[in-house]
Design a binder for this molecule. Structure first.
Ligand code: GAR
Length: 203
């Protein structure tokens, strides 16, 4: 256990990506990693209840009514206290301050439910339906100081089918998210890659 890299998970909601990561570690599909702490900015996020149920260290750090920099500093302190190596945003619906990003250089991942750079921001699946694309998917990327912008590590695609609505497309994409996130974590933890400009290059 002591050799494992420590993951810090940040979430705001349901937590299915967190649980997919937890399951892939428990079932040894993702090795050399452990979840050190789960942080939510919302007290009533189902994901934080799931973390407690599974006996993970869990912290609610409320964002409401606080300055971003101050809120982020508390999260960074919590992650550092738990000696986190890699921060995984898993449905964490807040922008990170530059100070937060700089505290974990190339050590913060995010998952987004579209094929970036298409459809950044909120309601990516709805954006894809309304735009009329035939394919969408998900992207795991490094977090930089711009929204949904950092270097892409893994993408997985799904078709957009006639008759899809936001709900059916979201469900199809989510299945792929649950595969993409553990794969991206394994890639980053392996260290077998380099980043050239915008490109992630496996070695
Ligand atoms: C996921 O679909 C994730 O890609 C998306 O929120 C959902 C969280 O689900 N993230 C974003 O839209 C980030 N902008 P989960 O709580 O079940 O993992």
């Amino acid at each position: 256990m002591g050799m494992n890299k420590k993951l810090g998970i940040l979430l705001s909601g349901r937590g299915s990506n967190f649980l997919a990561i937890a399951d892939s570690i428990a079932e040894e599909r993702l090795s050399g990693a452990e979840i050190a702490v789960v942080v939510s900015n919302l007290a009533d996020a189902p994901g934080i209840a799931a973390a407690r149920e599974r006996s993970f260290a869990a912290a609610v750090i409320e964002s409401r009514g606080r300055k971003r920099a101050e809120h982020d500093a508390e999260i960074v302190a919590t992650l550092q206290h738990h000696e986190v190596d890699l921060v995984c945003l898993a449905g964490y619906m807040r922008l990170l301050s530059p100070e937060f990003v700089r505290a974990f250089p190339q050590r913060i991942l995010n998952i987004h439910p579209s094929l970036l750079p298409a459809f950044p921001g909120l309601h990516a699946q709805r954006q894809a339906i309304e735009y009329g694309v035939s394919y969408s998917g998900c992207t795991v990327h490094f977090v930089d100081e711009e929204l949904d912008h950092g270097v892409i590590i893994v993408q997985r695609t799904v078709p957009v089918l006639p008759g899809d609505d936001e709900r059916t497309l979201s469900a199809r994409i989510l299945e792929q998210e649950h595969l993409a996130y553990p794969e991206a974590i394994a890639r980053v933890l392996s260290g077998n890659y380099e980043v050239k400009g915008r490109r992630y290059i496996a070695r």
